[in-house]
Design a protein around this ligand. Sequence first.
Ligand code: LLP
Length: 428
Amino acid sequence: MTAIQTSVQGHLEIGGVSTADLVAEYGTPLMVYDENMIRQKAQAFRQAFNESGLDYQVAYASKAFLCKEMVRLAEEELLSLDVVSGGELYTALQAGFPAERIHFHGNNKSEEELVMALEAEIGCFVVDSFLELELLHDLAKERGQHVNILLRVTPGVEAHTHDYIMTGQDDSKFGFGISNGQADRAMQIALCKPNYTVLGIHSHIGSQIFELDGFQQAITVLSDFLQGLRNECDVTLPVLNIGGGFGVRYTEDDKPLPIQTYVKAITDSVKESFGENGYPLPQVWIEPGRSIVAEAGTTLYKVGSKKIIPDLRTYVAVDGGMTDNLRPALYGAKYHAVLANRPNEECTELVSVAGKCCESGDMLIWDLMLPPTNFGDTLAVFSTGAYGYSMANNYNRIPRPAVVFVKDGESRVVIERETYADLVRLDR
Ligand code: LLP
């Protein structure tokens, strides 16, 4: 893992702020984001594309973590925004994000969501089904609007990742299959609709991907598809969106490639696949989510009860769990953690970190070496910035944590801690 920063008192420090101060000011559980790290990741994507010489858009996949302040940060970093529901779209619009840089995804967008996006005049709809192809066009026509669309296709590429987050294979709920001819059919329909401007195609093969070959294979298939279209119908489409999915480091077993390497592999493949056949090089759009926010996030918990089962296991329980981080329970995801108040002390105790929910599966980390833990210690779990807060829930009526951004020695709340009153707000 990267070297740990500590304050003069020897506490773990994030963004120049001592975790002891963060805990004292905001309580636990607390999600802490290193704002500069998020910005650096966004800049690394943009810089790598600038070096490629291709036209591009980097759309932050807001499902990874979204709140109004994150929207503002994305705007400042010149990112576009991928939203996948009315709620994500609403958040973006509330924070004043430029609508023309919003891309709307989803395999089952409702009529209300489509109208909301039409009203906002967003930049692009990623059409995912035959139903949407008709519905969106009818709505646009009724309103006298022209809309930009991409067609989401499945290139038949199986990414090496967890089954639940693999999306590019033929047997997927998303998009139009290329190999079974559905993508062709959808394209023919789309091209005949007067209120559509078909910009191109989109594919997302999966998430937390460490190899380059999946992206390269997908680009070959997508390029063949677009070139087939050009040969048969004399239509040249200007945009190729290859989704997100770039891997990050959760524990030292994860060896993600640098952002530059992913982008270079993608842009080189595009140049090769399209350039060879004299197809005008398309604009390349990507949608990184996890790789922008995961490693910037750390969750701070307070250590509570400890159960020592002789010769078997020591459970150390914290004041959060599957309510603020569902990933271990859902995917068997692995995390690394340290004691934030004694990060440099020798780790002599093998423990398993349990959450506080009424569920045996509510375990955050199995088998972690820590210094001997005491009630009241602060546990810092690293790389929780993606799909942690965004999948947080109120199981057992546990309020969701507060979220703070830290930067250059300053901290600020970007999402307030949920209260018990919030929990009953909608109850009749
Ligand atoms: N674009 C599309 C169309 C997607 O479906 C996704 C993720 C992304 C972009 C962003 O992928 P990323 O760069 O974040 O890997 N909850 C799961 C991840 C689900 C990903 C869903 N789609 C997890 O916690 O691992």
